[in-house]
Design a protein around this ligand. Structure first.
Ligand code: NIG
Ligand code: FE
Length: 403
């Protein structure tokens, strides 16, 4: 006997290459925290009541894998609403960063915040994501920029995953910006980040390592030092790459077999080819593209042609993407990037899982994978990308437990 069986469901399994991996007249069974059956209801061996302790009729609702937001900076102090005003008065994101605002201003607020403060600030943001069916979220540090404060951020991220029914994957982003006390000495700061790596690993608080490779971030050479240190500790890497200029970040990430390279507006053909070769996922962040009023589109057609999997995420952060709606990212990916609604949904399920190294266990409705599910009051899965500011989630299931 299965624990629960959903019948009369339409399944967007995201398996295989058929549109949405759709199964009309489907059924899905849960045993413990795992999917035990996902397929046509007609293929069940007996009437539903004989197969599960609990049977629920979904009345034709669509079920998808729980959504995955694979790139966020959800834990931070303060906000940057004043910076938003400055940009509307004509200052650019880079100018503000160079003048000591930007990321560094969030660093000051994050250092000043206690763990409790950071938890209290992040909780409603995470709740907003979860309300739209997000069951897995990645959270980066990068607003501490010293060992104590980076670990504080990572601890808060882990704690959120223990408190709430959501899987949190954490990423150490010590190489996000130069802290004020580094006084412009980026080489010395990168050495400090490299020195932090064994303690970051030993803390058990980081699942991966990220860096910001950019003219206002770190050079490819500095980024490579951080990656070498990460890999020496057995930590997988990913990269903020080619967001505002082409420094060859995508190719660099691929050279280190990165899980993902993220942003990618300026990625070259060489970068695309290297990512395809390495199996690195392209994580696109349409909310940051929108909020910074970028005009250079990421090379979507190039990724498609090369077979690079494309994931989508909110990039939720106070400066470039104060976004807490993953559904809105589906819409923006379609409107700005001309991704199809199906590609967009794959981007926040199957490919999002792969970007976090979770492809074996998450991201599709497949037997043996985690029973992380979202059930929607929609008639067609394209509606998830079509609507703006409307949440059709009926309910979500996390690790077999209905939320
Ligand atoms: O992904 N690019 C760097 N990091 C963030 C922005 C962080 C911030 O502005 O606070 C991003 O866009
Ligand atoms: Fe980011």
């Amino acid at each position: 006997m299965w624990d629960r069986l959903y019948v009369n469901a339409r399944l967007a399994t995201l398996e295989g290459n058929a549109p949405y991996g759709a199964i009309e007249a489907g059924a899905l069974a849960i045993e413990g925290a795992t999917i035990a059956y996902a397929g046509p209801q007609a293929d069940l061996s007996e009437p539903p009541d004989g197969l599960a302790r609990q049977v629920e009729d979904l009345e034709g609702r669509w079920m998808t894998p729980g959504l995955i937001d694979c790139h966020t900076h959800l834990v931070y102090g303060g906000d940057r609403a004043r910076e938003f005003e400055l940009r509307l008065e004509g200052a650019s994101y880079e100018e503000i960063a160079r003048a000591g605002g930007g990321i560094v201003s969030t660093v000051a607020a994050t250092r000043a915040a206690s763990r409790e403060d950071l938890l209290a600030a992040a909780r409603p943001r995470l709740h907003a994501l979860m309300a739209e069916g997000v069951t897995t979220v990645e959270i980066k540090s990068g607003y501490g920029l010293d060992l104590e404060n980076e670990l504080k951020q990572l601890w808060v991220a882990r704690r959120l995953g223990e408190e709430l029914p959501v899987t949190v994957k954490t990423t150490f982003l010590g190489a996000h910006a130069l802290p004020p006390e580094a006084k412009g000495d980026s080489a010395a700061y990168i050495d400090a980040v490299v020195d932090m790596m064994p303690q970051v690993k030993a803390s058990g608080l980081a699942d991966a390592v990220d860096a910001f490779c950019e003219t206002i971030g770190f050079t490819p050479e500095e980024t490579a030092k951080v990656f070498i240190a990460a890999q020496a500790q057995g930590l997988p890497v990913k990269l903020h790459a080619d967001q505002l200029s082409d420094l060859g970040g995508a190719a660099l990430a691929a050279r280190f077999s990165a899980l993902s390279a993220d942003h990618l507006e300026y990625t070259s053909d060489e970068g695309i080819a290297a990512m395809a070769e390495a199996g690195t996922v392209a994580v696109l962040l349409p909310g940051a593209f929108y909020f910074l009023r970028e005009t250079k589109l990421p090379p979507i057609e190039g990724f498609r042609r090369a077979g690079v999997p494309i994931a989508l995420a909110t990039d939720s952060n106070p400066g470039s993407a104060p976004v807490t709606s993953l559904l809105l990212m589906l819409n923006m990916a379609a409107t700005f990037f001309r991704m199809t609604p199906e590609e967009a949904l794959r981007g926040v399920t199957r490919h999002g899982a792969r970007a976090l190294g979770m492809a074996e266990t998450h991201g599709t409705l497949s037997v043996g994978k985690a029973a992380d599910l979202a059930v929607w009051d929609i008639d067609h899965p394209a509606e998830l990308a079509y609507r703006i500011g409307f949440n059709p989630l009926a309910f979500a299931v996390k690790a077999g437990r209905r939320l």
